[in-house]
Design a protein around this ligand. Structure first.
Ligand code: 26Q
Length: 822
């Protein structure tokens, strides 16, 4: 029989699908259809689905080439994609047919989907945001491409040692070939490192010598939901250039020639596992430049193919910088324009500053990138000259605007003076961008009034915007929670809500309908049972799926205060221990779940994991707590594990010290799935409460304006914990009693609270306990009211779709139009 290319999307019938899968088993995998395992079935299924994606991809790219729309590029060092197959099938509208087709071949779709490894090319929030944004870009039919790095090793795998400590293992995710990438061995860029830079006249320069590394493109199609529009992420992989150290090779120095080859390929070896913390490693800077240089050369080549004059560049191209990680793109575009295209310096700067927009994701000082000038001198001498020249002109204009304010000049300079000069990437990113945005209202306001205040005074406030983050409802409800998604579709009468999330408010007219409430509760119960099964299978622990599921999953960081949660758990445990058996029967049963990775070098975060695991061990083994309190740390948090956990929460915790969490995005995911929120008045929690109603969230703790004063008090007028919170003092004492392991292990942690208490645990502890008490009461005293709150929460989450967020970028920042693909 003749094989037709692609299944032509929804027209395909089940027969075509089984044929396509068998075809790939035989010809792509070179295996026999009767002798294939789940992994093989997954690979063949992925290859079959991929054909449709590629046909739509080609159609989309052809349309872009023909119509030449203004294009947006999202530069992100992280794309935390998770799995792809389920998403691809849903977006193509082929999931049910594939399920039937696989069934005919003797496989369950569930097993097949489960055989895919996560693509974990990101740490946490920032990387997952990039993945949600490309999904929404394709769904909203925006000409948007991502540019990233093709790391050979993604986020490390987390293991928990018998003593409760985190261990790290590498994640060689490309070991089973990746069906979602298309190697483009002909799409390359040469990237130079080192050598020397000479200055010519009129700001121009020449950069020569050093080593060149080859960037090779790997494309990953990003399908929109229920549209042909299929965008692209181009991931760069580093390869040594052939014959590249010919001199040493000719001299017979084979070892050295091979050695330099190794160092070239090293660049895309591994994702740096830091989250919200800057690590000044030379290889990280090399990654950043390699990626910026390859992406800009690609963007420039594509622009030149339009035949437009270079002055038109900013009318055809806009580049969004995901944090400061791609800031080198600014001096790199300057270098290309001035040195290679011979554009006069001032004209070039006009082009550059009409091209870039910058998103800030943190106000934590330890996360702001600063690179030693000496490192730049070594690796990027020409960029250093350009930065110095930009800084010279910039500081002169600051001096003109604020004559004599030398402190302001020192703060705004691109160069930090001190023991060894450092380049401030945030200052450079602001200077080179036409718009700067934060990721939630509070955060954007903090950006304007604290870290970038001087720049607001200089440029005017209009440049400094807010775009509140969003999440894709396709993955974070339809895909991860079919029980609830089906109920919503059945209730609203169509799937239109998946592309217009405000339609969820139509659920409100059913909030008091007992039949609907029952179905709503059944969906949640189903998800809790699904999670309980997973916990049984992986940890061997039985959890009561009727208990309240209380979940905190995110990177482990002191500012996120998993410590507050576990200290609250210990308080709950001590309270239970002090009860009579009769009193214990009145306790609301809880299952407290934690998951998240600590950066391998973040000693205190790892100690907090160890404490959580050991507290869990003691509590779970204690008959006094049996049936009323279970505490678990689930190892190796990932996108896929999030998809299992988030639909199963009754309550989730987002309890950062006020003013520290820029936005948070998992808070949105939990609420979209009908979990209630327990949190501080921080990040996007505030806007979630505005939308779903204050009566539906449990807020506690001090507010942002109080934080500075409280820290001052801790520093200069410390008060013993015993006085501030006797409840907390009792908990700390219990930890130091040895109940959870030797006191010497926990002492450094306990000391962070007793002395300094930078994250204000002792200030917020009693308020946290109060909020937890309200949670218990709301859950037990009026279960029907709880269900109503859950319905209202989901119904009012429309704002938090990443479709809304990406359309805001398109309209308010990128000045870009949507383009229908036929
Ligand atoms: C920087 C320099 C060197 C090495 C690593 C890094 C680095 C890597 C990752 C710095 C920061 C990150 C990640 C930051 C991050 O995920 N921030 C989160 O972004 C989310 C999306 O906007 C927000 O919702 C979270 O509040 C914010 O913490």
């Amino acid at each position: 029989e003749t094989w037709k290319a692609g299944l032509r999307s929804v027209d395909a019938d089940v027969n075509d699908i089984t044929k396509s899968i068998v075809h790939h088993i035989q010809t792509s995998l070179a295996r026999q259809a009767y002798n294939i395992d789940n992994l093989g079935a997954y690979q063949a299924t992925a290859l079959a689905a991929r054909e449709d994606l590629i046909i739509n991809w080609n159609q989309t790219q052809m349309t872009y080439t023909r119509k030449q729309p203004k294009r947006a590029y999202y530069l992100s060092l992280e794309f935390l994609m998770g799995r792809t197959l389920d998403n691809a099938l849903l977006n193509l509208g082929l999931k049910e047919k594939f399920e039937t087709g696989l069934d005919k071949l003797g496989f369950t779709l569930e097993d097949v989907l489960d055989s895919e490894r996560d693509a974990a090319l990101g740490n946490g929030g920032l990387g997952r945001l990039a993945a949600c944004y490309v999904d929404s870009g394709a769904t909203c039919e925006i000409p948007l491409w991502g540019y990233g790095l093709r790391y050979h090793y993604g986020m490390f795998q987390q293991l928990i040692a018998p003593d409760g400590s985190q261990l790290e293992a590498p994640d060689p995710w490309l070991d089973n070939s990746n069906p979602w990438e298309i190697p483009r061995l002909d799409v390359t860029a040469d990237v130079r490192f080192g050598g020397h830079a000479e200055k010519l006249d009129k700001g121009r320069g020449i950069w020569s010598g050093g080593q060149e590394v080859l960037a090779v493109a790997y494309d990953c199609p990003i399908p929109g939901s229920d549209t042909k529009s299929t965008n692209n992420i181009r991931f760069w992989s580093a390869r040594p250039r052939r014959g590249f150290d010919l001199q040493s090779f000719n001299a017979g120095d084979y070892d050295r020639a091979v050695e330099t080859s190794n160092s070239a390929a090293n660049i895309t070896n591994v994702l740096y596992p830091n989250d919200n913390h800057y690590a000044g490693k030379s290889l990280r800077l090399q990654q950043q430049y390699f990626w910026c240089a390859a992406s800009l050369s690609d963007i420039m080549r594509r622009f030149k193919n339009t035949g437009q004059p270079i002055s038109e560049f900013p009318n055809h191209v806009v580049i969004q910088l995901n944090d400061t990680h791609p800031t080198l793109a600014i001096p790199e575009l300057m270098r290309i324009l001035v040195d290679e295209e011979e554009v006069p310096w001032d004209d070039a700067w006009q082009i550059v500053t009409r091209t870039f927009a910058f998103t800030n994701h943190t106000v934590l000082p330890e996360a702001l990138e600063k690179w030693p000038v000496s490192l730049f001198q070594q690796l990027l001498p020409r960029h250093l000259q350009i930065i110095y020249d930009l800084n010279w002109t910039f500081l002169q204009s600051v001096e003109r605007k604020f004559p004599g304010d030398v402190d302001k000049m020192a703060r705004m300079s691109l160069i930090e003076e001190g023991h060894g000069q450092q380049i401030r990437m945030a200052n450079l990113a602001v200077l080179g961008s036409f718009k700067v945005n934060g990721v939630a209202e509070l955060h954007s306001e903090l950006v304007r009034t604290t870290i970038l205040k001087d720049f607001v005074d200089f440029f005017g406030v209009d440049k400094f915007r807010n775009v509140t983050n969003g999440i894709t409802p396709r993955r974070w409800l339809d895909q991860c929670n079919p029980a609830l998604s089906n109920l919503i579709t059945e209730t609203l009468g169509s799937r239109a809500w998946l592309k217009d999330l405000y339609l969820l408010k139509g659920l409100l007219e059913h909030e008091s309908d007992p039949t609907f409430q029952k179905k709503w509760a059944a969906a949640k119960a189903n998800n809790k049972e699904r999670l309980a099964k997973y916990i049984k299978n992986t940890l061997g622990v039985t959890v009561d799926s009727k208990a309240m599921f209380d979940i905190q999953v995110k990177r482990i960081h002191e500012y996120k205060r998993q410590s507050l949660n576990i200290l609250g758990v210990i308080h709950r445990y001590l309270t239970i221990k002090a009860m009579s058996p009769e009193e214990r029967t009145k306790v609301t049963p809880r299952v407290v779940l934690f998951a998240g990775k600590a950066a391998p070098g973040y000693w205190m975060a790892k100690l907090i994991i160890r404490l959580i695991v050991n507290v869990g061990k003691v509590i779970n083994a204690d008959p006094d707590a049996k049936g009323i309190l279970t505490v678990l740390f689930l190892p190796d948090y990932s996108v896929s594990l999030a998809e299992l956990l988030i639909p199963a929460s009754d309550i989730s915790e987002h309890i950062s010290t006020a003013g520290t969490e820029a936005s948070g995005t998992s808070n949105m995911k939990f609420c979209l799935n009908g979990g209630l929120l327990l949190g501080t008045v921080d990040g996007a929690n505030i806007e979630i409460a505005e939308e779903v109603g204050e009566e539906n969230v449990f807020f506690f703790g001090h507010l942002t304006p109080a934080v500075e004063e409280l820290r001052y008090q801790h520093r200069y007028h410390p008060m013993p914990v015993e006085k501030k919170s006797p409840a907390l003092a009792a908990v700390l004492e219990d930890i130091m009693s040895g109940r959870y392991g030797d006191a010497s292990i926990w002492e450094p942690f306990v000391n962070t609270i007793r002395q300094g208490d930078y994250y204000l645990i002792s200030d917020d502890f009693d308020s946290y306990l109060q909020a937890q008490k309200m949670v218990d009461e709301a859950y037990t005293k009026d279960p029907q009211q709880w269900i109503k709150k859950s319905i209202q929460t989901t119904a009012k989450m429309g704002k938090f779709s990443s479709d809304r967020a990406i359309m805001t970028y398109a309209e308010e920042i990128w000045n870009i139009e949507t383009l229908k693909i036929n």
